[in-house]
Design a protein around this ligand. Structure first.
Ligand code: AMP
Ligand code: ZN
Length: 114
């Protein structure tokens, strides 16, 4: 989508710190990290949010999940563990309406999602 900031990152129209890219997905550093490691993993295809995924996106969903492990390896957070968060819609505080997985790690975390 032309006015979507993450589509612009995919097309390299605005700068970002890419850490992984393949035919279907891209991962880059979050501009305002909430943890020592904070990566955003997104599909290249513009999908607004998790609940907008369709049956035709099932392979893409699998690719996103498999990419999480690759990114954790690249970032050196796989062994100690990390968190994957998807904010879906208004009550979750989703700000960018292009599906993204937050990959958060680099320190022990508590569990207080609210
Ligand atoms: P969410 O609240 O789940 O929609 O998260 C959006 C995330 O995108 C936030 O953590 C922002 O810091 C991050 N963000 C927004 N613009 C950029 C950008 N240009 N490059 C990297 N991260 C961004
Ligand atoms: Zn988009």
């Amino acid at each position: 989508m032309s006015d979507c900031i993450f589509c612009k990152i995919v097309k390299k129209e605005i700068p970002s710190q890419f850490i992984y890219e393949d035919n279907d997905v891209v991962a880059f550093k979050d501009l305002h990290p909430k943890a020592p490691t904070h990566i955003l993993l997104i599909p290249k295809k513009h999908i607004e949010k998790l609940t907008d995924m369709k049956a035709e996106d099932s392979a893409l969903g699998g690719k996103l999940l498999l990419a999480v492990s690759k990114i954790a390896e690249i970032e050196g957070i796989k062994e100690n563990g990390f968190r994957v968060v998807v904010n879906n819609g208004k009550y979750a505080g989703q700000e960018v309406f292009h599906l993204h997985f937050h990959i958060l790690g680099g320190k022990p975390m508590s569990w207080n999602p609210a």
